[in-house]
Structures are given as structure tokens and as C-alpha cells.
Design a protein around this ligand. Structure first.
Ligand code: GTP
Ligand code: MG
Length: 212
């Protein structure tokens, strides 16, 4: 187990209001996107954690399944339990609706963080940030608890107040000129557009999820 970088977390505990069906079960050509994620991330990580609030819908997955401890707080609630569960100090975070994993970019972020004191590595996007396809450190757990208990939810503000390493948009575009590694599918329309343009992820082992 790599104590600095061994753990990855997929956040799959949101409400999917815009999509209208549960995004953790996104499929392309009968293959679950989550299976594709698991297979890709296994190239770099020893421990893969899925934060879902419906663990009963999974049947013996090769993931660690956990649910929010601080509920209905949005992504920071999922990051909180993901960090508490992770074995490594720095933890890679992906959202369940992001189809394009870029392993070279993950390695690049690891290089930026290696041996340092930063508690997150986040990519800038214009004046904004990309909160997933990013790293967060376990050291942030007490800070997240304090922040959420004080009634705040903004990830942008939280990261601003901590020792975050920001990757410039220009540096990130060297790895993904069209920004596809940050694509996330929020609506049915985005999903259909992506599905019609995308190759089959081609992986659907028997352990996957119970159908509803
Ligand atoms: N564990 C957990 N994950 C969450 C929570 N809220 C959002 N997420 C995850 O954070 C990521 C980004 O969130 P969104 O794209 O807004 O997903 P969402 O909240 O399910 O979708 P909307 O309801 O349409 O906003 C997704 O992977 C979600 O599953 C939460 O309260 N708990
Ligand atoms: Mg949301």
C-alpha cells in the first residue's frame, strides 16, 4: 500500500436532480461507467472507495463502500467520509459522472504533491476551479467538520482557506486540450450527447450492481 497516494474515492452519493435518474448507475451500451472507473483507477491505486448512500444496491463489489456521515451537505460531505476511510494521506477524488479518466494527469498531480505539505491539488478553470479529478489530503477532515458545522458548504471557499496547490488551466490543457478530462454529465441531454459520441467502455463483470 502506497501510504502517500494509495487511495482513490469515487463520489456517488448525490441526488442527481438534473439528470433525473441516479448517476451512480450511468451506463453506456449496457456497461456501467463505475466499472470502467474501477478498472482504470486500479492501474494507479491500491484502495478504491465508493461513497454511495444506497450501498444495498451493490452486490460484492471490489470497492470499499461507505455512506455519508455528515448527510445532505453536498460534495464536501462525501469528501469527508472518503478521507476518513482512505488509507493514504493524499486521496484522489473523482465524481461518478466523469467518464474520461486521464492517468497521465493523475501522475502529474502526484508529482506536484509528492513529499510536500499541500492539503489539496485542484485545477483552475478561468476564475473557477475543478473540484474533482483532484487530490485532497486526510489532514482536512477536522477542517471540513468545523466548516460544515458552521453551516458553510462552498468547496471553492474552503479550498481557498487551506494550503491548496492550484494547477493552472494552461498546465492542465497540456494533458487535455479540450478539457474532456473534466467533463461531467449533469443532464440527460449531456449524457445522450456523450453517449452517442463515445466508444464502448467494454467492461461489465458479474459483481456489479443490483438493478432496481
Ligand atoms: N457522497 C455524496 N456525494 C455527493 C453529494 N452531493 C453531490 N455528490 C457527488 O458530487 C459529485 C458532483 O455533484 P453533482 O454533479 O452536483 O451531482 P448531484 O448533486 O448528484 O446532481 P444534482 O442533484 O443535479 O446537483 C457527484 O459525483 C455527486 O454524486 C452528497 O451529499 N454526498
Ligand atoms: Mg449537485
Amino acid at each position: 500500500m502506497d501510504r502517500e497516494f494509495g487511495s482513490a474515492v469515487i463520489l456517488a452519493g448525490g441526488k442527481s436532480r438534473r439528470m433525473g435518474f441516479d448517476k451512480q448507475f450511468l451506463q453506456i451500451k449496457n456497461h456501467y461507467l463505475l466499472c470502467h472507473h474501477g478498472k482504470q483507477l486500479a492501474n494507479l491505486f491500491d484502495q478504491i472507495i465508493v461513497v454511495t448512500n444506497t450501498p444495498d444496491l451493490y452486490r460484492d463489489p471490489p470497492f470499499v463502500l461507505v455512506s455519508d456521515e455528515l448527510c445532505d451537505k453536498g460534495p464536501l460531505g462525501g469528501i469527508h467520509i472518503g478521507l476518513k476511510t482512505a488509507s493514504s494521506r493524499q486521496v484522489y477524488f473523482l465524481a461518478c459522472d466523469m467518464p474520461n479518466i486521464n492517468l497521465d494527469y493523475i501522475r502529474f498531480m502526484q508529482q506536484r504533491l509528492r513529499g510536500g505539505t499541500n492539503t489539496a491539488c485542484i485545477t483552475r478553470f478561468g476564475d473557477w476551479i475543478e473540484p474533482f479529478n483532484a487530490f485532497y489530503a486526510r489532514d482536512l477532515v477536522p477542517g471540513i467538520e468545523d466548516y460544515l458545522h458552521r453551516g458553510h458548504h462552498s468547496l471553492f471557499q474552503f479550498l481557498h482557506e487551506h494550503d491548496t496547490h492550484y494547477v493552472s488551466e494552461a498546465d492542465a490543457r497540456r494533458y487535455s486540450p479540450d478539457w474532456q478530462m473534466f467533463l461531467n454529465l449533469n443532464t440527460r441531454e449531456e449524457f445522450e450527447t456523450w453517449r452517442s459520441a463515445s466508444p464502448d467502455t467494454g467492461f461489465n463483470p458479474s459483481w456489479v450492481v443490483e438493478s432496481r
